[in-house]
Design a binder for this molecule. Structure first.
Ligand SMILES: *Cc1c(COP(=O)(O)O)cnc(C)c1O
Length: 462
């Protein structure tokens, strides 16, 4: 198995290189050259297996023997032992045929733990094998930073530097990052906004001279290993509800499109999926593209579901590559046009996408209404991201006999502001975190100056 770029001009890479590389040199994203197939028998056999065993079987073809089976099984088992629920990602039945797939039982209470607990371990394994060290840099306004820190805190060969805008992330989110006191974890509070932090990380990737040859690694969702780890829970949920003998549908609260693209991969590998419903908040580029063929940027709106606040969905490029029959030149042409001006998809790829994908956009007022309505109907308190999914799933269900699985991407305690606004007294943090607000914190405040940040990284990496 090799990996190729969605823009068709970069050389194919091995799994090891693709995990260490991030973006392709031609500006594209890496995807597997061929999609592994699971027969009906292979899928049927997975029903009833542990999550870690399903994970091993689903990911093995992508890893392609580059990590030996025994080691890979151990990495997977260790990654999912950090989850507080025995089922790792339990299914919670809401009504006759609507289920929540709870992806928030990991260390930081959002679905990003599923991928980042494994990615940290895979990176550490390859670095150790090569006798190298690497530096991770990322900017965060929320979930990614804490999940990346938790995923790397035990990695001997990695140092992680996460930038967040000083005084502009919620207290729970900040403390989830700053209370990790490991020697290889560095939190930098930037005296600026999220865009300033993001710009400094981008500039550091573009010119890595300040690290004297040490590799800089990206752990955002363009990293193929994150997508790979997310394919697993679509397969696990599908077989738990009767696949391959019956179809299932999924509804996915979406932003950068990594999560729902992983679902599409599960479908391409043989999981019978009736449809994917894409839920967006007011930042609705995915919905506008699918519904109106309006593939254009719109100004960012700050919403009650902040982890879905995006202008561009970076992983949508991976789906476009499939919709355009893997024509890298056509994808490159479309995305270059999109960067400059409002664009539109060609007719044939768009209708291909509409066969499998539906979409729905949910504004802030509706998020609050849905949190109340879902609680009234099911006794569940949904987090604001999951609330967009609940509404989209209800509106876009086509066949009531097909189970609808809505992905619950965060625990409501993590986004208490929206829950309180919806009229609830709040949600307690789960027991393993109930002392979060008393834990010691460690972070460094730096000015929004590239040289100051790069000097700090260069001096503190081990
Ligand atoms: C990151 C995130 C999303 C969006 O996921 P994508 O893979 O970027 O589409 C949705 N909900 C929560 C809680 C998140 O943290």
């Amino acid at each position: 198995m090799r990996y190729i770029s969605t823009r068709g001009r970069s050389p194919a890479l091995s799994f090891e290189d693709v995990v260490l590389t991030g973006l392709a040199s031609d500006g594209g994203l890496y995807v597997p050259e061929t999609v592994p197939q699971f027969s009906r028998e292979a899928l049927a056999e997975m029903a009833g297996l542990s999550y870690a065993e399903i994970a091993f079987r689903v990911m093995k073809p992508f890893v392609n023997g580059e990590i030996d089976d025994e080691t890979f099984r151990r990495l997977v088992t260790e990654a999912y032992a950090t989850f507080s629920h025995d089922a790792v990602v339990p299914l919670n039945q809401l009504d006759a045929n609507h289920f929540l797939l709870e992806l928030f039982h990991g260390p930081t209470l959002a679905f990003k733990d599923v991928a980042l607990q494994l990615l940290g371990r895979i990176l550490d394994y390859f670095l150790k094998k090569r006798g190298e060290r690497a530096v991770i840099m990322g900017a965060t306004s929320g979930d990614t930073g804490s999940a990346a820190i938790e995923g790397c805190r035990h990695c001997d060969n990695l140092d992680i530097f996460i930038l967040h805008p000083h005084n502009r992330v919620s207290e729970v989110q900040r403390r989830q990052m700053t209370s990790v006191l490991a020697d290889n974890v560095f939190n930098i509070a930037i005296e600026g906004n999220f865009d300033d932090a993001q710009a400094m990380v981008k500039a550091s990737f573009a010119d890595q001279g300040f690290l004297d040859g040490t590799r800089l690694v990206a752990v955002n969702s363009i990293n193929w290993a994150r997508i790979m780890a997310q394919i697993v829970y679509y397969v696990a949920a599908g077989v738990a509800l009767g696949a391959p003998h019956r179809k299932v549908s999924f509804c996915v609260p979406s932003a950068n499109f990594g999560n729902v693209f992983a679902g599409f991969m599960a479908y391409r590998m043989g999981l019978p999926v009736e449809r994917f419903v894409i839920a967006t908040n007011a930042n609705d580029i995915l919905h506008r593209t699918l519904a109106d063929n309006d593939f254009s940027k719109k100004e960012l709106v700050a919403t009650l579901a902040p982890s879905m606040d995006i202008v561009v969905s970076s992983n949508f490029e991976r789906l476009l590559f499939e919709a355009y029959d893997r024509d890298g030149a056509a994808v490159a042409e479309l995305l270059e046009r999109f960067q400059a001006e409002p664009a539109a998809l060609a007719e044939a790829p768009l209708s291909r996408l509409r066969e499998r994908f539906a979409s729905h956009s949910v504004d802030d007022a509706t998020i609050l209404e849905v949190i109340r309505e879902a609680h009234h109907r099911t006794q569940e308190i949904l987090d604001p991201h999951t609330a967009t999914g609940y509404r989209a799933a209800e509106r876009e269900r086509c066949d009531e006999s097909v189970p609808m699985i809505t992905l619950a991407t965060a625990h409501p305690a993590k986004f208490a502001e929206a829950v309180v606004k919806a009229g609830f007294p709040g949600v307690p943090l789960p027991p393993h975190m109930d002392d979060l607000l008393e834990r010691e914190e460690r972070y460094t405040v730096l000015p929004a100056e590239l040289s100051a940040v790069q000097q700090f990284v260069a001096e503190n990496r081990r």
